[in-house]
Structure formats: C-alpha cells, structure tokens
Ligand binder design. Structure first.
Ligand code: ATP
Ligand code: MG
Length: 408
C-alpha cells in the first residue's frame, strides 16, 4: 500500500477508498463484445472478492471499475495495513483482463473546488518538502472544466516543485461525472481477457512443469479450462494424481472453478509396451492420449485440446512426431508454449506458483514406459498399422468409463 494512503487525512471533504481498475485488451472489442467481457470480469471479481471475504462495492464506469473497500477512515481517518486490503490486492493481482489497478481515494459528488481543497489539505503528507511532483490528469466528457484548467488549479495548491519527466511523486487524478479519483501508484495487472470470454478447452496436464503453464496461458486469453490427467495407478504410486490436485488448487486462484478428470492409462500402456516396438511406443501412447482426450473434450463441450508441448523439447515434440500424434484426432490442438525455452517456461511457472509443485518427484505414466531410444521421426503409416493391430477399442472404452472427475 502506498505510504501516502496510510497517513492521516485532514479532510473536510468526505472521501471513500478502494481500488480503481483499468481494463486491458478487451477495450479494443466492439461495443457488444466489450459489454459481455465487462460482465465476465465483474462476475469474476465478485466471486473472488467474496471468496476472500472482502467487504466491497463494485461500481462500473465505461472504462473503469471502482471497488470501494470499507473506509476505515470513517472511524479514524487512517488507512492502516491491518484493514485487510492485502486480500483485495491478491485478488486483483490474479485477475485476467486488467491492465493495471491502483489504490485510490474517491471524492463522491465533488466538483473541482472540493478536489482542489482536498489536495490543498493533504498534499504535504504525500510529497516531502524537497520532493518534486507531476500531475497526471484524465477526465470524462461530463466534466466541463478543461484539463489545462484543472491542472493549473490543482498545481496552484501544491507548494512543491514540478518535475514532469522524473518526479518523486506522481499524482493521478481522474474526473468522472460522479466524483474524482486521486491515486499515486499503478500496479500492473495480468493483462489478457476475463475468464469465460473464449469458450472452453481441455488441457492435458501431466504434473510436470510445462502443462500448468500452458493451461494458465489459455486461461489468460479467456478460455475456461477443464483438465485431464492420465495416470498409471496402480502400476505406480498416486504421486502424479496428488500433484495434479495440488496444481488444481493453485489454478483456482485464477479460474473460479476447475473440473479435473483422472483417467487410468496403465492397461493401455501395458498393451502398447508388450506389443509394439520400443521406438514407436511414445508416439502410440500419445496418439492414444489424444484420442481419449478428444472423446472427453466433446462430452464436455470443449473446442480444443491444450498441451504443454514445446518444439524439440523431447523426441515426441519434433515437427514430424507432433504431426503424427495430431493426425489421430480432428479436434484442434493448441500448444501455447510451443516456441518457449525451458527456462522461459520455468520462469512463468515460478511466477504463477506452480513450479514448486511440478518439480516434486513423480513416476509419471510415461517415464515408467519410456524406451531408451524413441524415434524422433516416425512414419505415420507404421504408427497407424501398429495401432490397428493393438485392438485398443475396448480398453479405451473401459478407461473412459473408469475416469473420475473432481471439481475444485
Ligand atoms: P510437462 O510437459 O507438463 O512438463 P512432461 O514434460 O513430463 O510434462 P511431456 O512428455 O513433455 O510431459 O508431454 C508433453 C505434453 O503432453 C504435456 O505438456 C502434457 O500436455 C501432455 N501429457 C504428457 N503426459 C501426460 C499425462 N500423464 N496426462 C495428461 N497429459 C499429459
Ligand atoms: Mg514437457
């Protein structure tokens, strides 16, 4: 919280406090779409603020939201760190669709005169005697005074030096029909589009580092995620399932609700392992994963599959093999980290808090069955023939039937 807001306010003008929110890219949409995205964003914020038990009111403007938080100053006129505003910040930091947010004062129903008095009474607590300042003023059309006039009037109240290029303090002022916002520091939001503005996807989540990052990136673009995890229990421990659950609990900081499917894969893997040449096993596992994922995805009304594949990372992720795998299905497969280096993926995984979970050891379903020398350039014809001879139809049906879902 900016120190300025913590300090006492000497103020005859009643002020409210809260957070001013600026939209990201959704602002570029047509009016109709923009309205829908705004509603999604509002629903998202309301859901998470309630979940955090925040006391708030949400006010909507054309290109801003104002989240009014309880005004502790109504008693003491002091905003203290103990007022729980950290809960608001946590929600706002994890919300897709925001360009920035700022802790702000709001002067309801105030005109330029009242704003001017508020600044006059308080500036000395915000800007030190030897500090410089810059005013950044915005206003909506309803305010009749010109920007120049507002700046002149406010600057005249502040007995400090102006420095427009490199000020010690910036004072942002935004005028709206119903009052004025005064704030000091913009915090960057996550950008992207609000969840639910881009349909639904089914993300294949292995428990490793890449797939949760891929999931997060699609959620950032507004797609609602459903997860699918293939496990090899009881041939291996439940570790990968537990990790997927832990990852899901992190993911619901970004997406309000998450459905996760756990699908038993060991029988299919065993059949492949005992009947197909080692070189082709991974390609076959992955074709089968895609086939099953597509079935489930259609049931769940998902429009695409998402994976954490990155070009050339392992032999199943060469262009040749990706195309052989993808040939197994019709549904589009999106790979948000296809062009990312491992270190880039790791950095984002750390930022979104999935990394520490992902690196916990697991015997994942593939590592147990991975041959020493998988082919990096398989032949589609061979893969398809092998697959046909494996007669997997019944096993696939069984696995899908035995899949279990959990809602987070
Ligand atoms: P990750 O890519 O998630 O870090 P990984 O590197 O161990 O895990 P790869 O073998 O690279 O996994 O698999 C590539 C992609 O295939 C994964 O990103 C994931 O989308 C999908 N995938 C692999 N194994 C599984 C699994 N057991 N369940 C669901 N999806 C999986
Ligand atoms: Mg990977």
């Amino acid at each position: 919280m900016p120190k300025e807001l913590r300090k006492n306010l000497t103020n005859s003008q009643p002020s409210q406090q809260g957070f001013l929110l600026a939209f990201g890219e959704m602002f570029l949409k047509s009016d109709g779409v923009f309205k829908i995205l705004k509603r999604n964003l509002a629903n998202h914020l309301i859901f998470f603020l309630k979940k955090e038990k925040c006391d708030f009111k949400l006010r909507q403007y054309r290109e801003r939201f104002f989240i009014e938080s309880p005004a502790p100053e109504s008693r003491s006129r002091v905003i203290s760190p103990k007022t729980g505003l950290g809960k608001f910040t946590k929600v706002l930091q994890n919300t897709f669709g925001l360009a920035w947010f700022a802790q702000t004062f709001f002067l309801p129903k105030a005109g330029l005169k009242e704003l001017s008095r508020f600044i006059k009474n308080n500036y000395s607590k915000w800007i030190g005697e030897n500090q410089t300042f810059a005013l950044r003023v915005k206003k909506s059309g309803e305010i009749k005074e010109s920007r120049e006039k507002i700046i002149k009037e406010i600057a005249a109240q502040i007995k400090r030096k102006v420095n427009l290029d490199n000020p010690s303090k910036e004072i942002f002022i935004e005028g709206r029909a119903d009052g004025w916002f005064v704030f000091f520091k913009k915090q960057a939001g996550l950008g992207g589009l609000p969840i639910n503005s881009q349909g639904r996807v089914m993300t294949l989540v292995s428990g490793g580092i890449d797939s949760p990052v891929a999931a997060w990136l699609t959620a950032k673009r507004g797609a609602e995620n459903i997860w699918l995890h293939f496990h090899s229990f009881p041939l291996v421990s439940q570790k990968s399932i537990e990790k997927t659950k832990e990852l899901a609990k992190v993911f619901i900081n970004y997406q309000p609700k998450l459905k996760v499917w756990y699908l038993p894969f060991s029988e299919i893997q065993l059949r492949i392992k005992t009947n197909a040449p080692a070189k082709y096993r991974i390609l076959l596992y992955r074709r089968l994963m895609f086939k099953i994922a597509e079935k489930l995805a259609r049931k769940e009304n998902c429009q695409a599959l998402i994976t954490g594949e990155s070009l050339g990372q392992v032999s199943s992720q060469t262009t040749t093999n990706l195309s052989i795998i993808e040939e197994a299905i019709k549904m589009p497969v999106l790979r948000p980290v296809i062009g990312w280096d491992k270190q880039e993926i790791i950095s984002l995984a750390q930022k979104i808090n999935t990394y520490e979970i992902s690196i916990k050891p697991q015997e994942d379903c593939c590592s147990l069955f991975v041959p020493k020398h998988p082919t990096a350039s398989g032949q589609l014809k061979t893969a398809k023939e092998l697959e046909k001879n494996l007669n997997l139809g019944k096993l696939i049906q069984k696995a899908v039937k035995e899949a279990k879902a959990e809602i987070f």
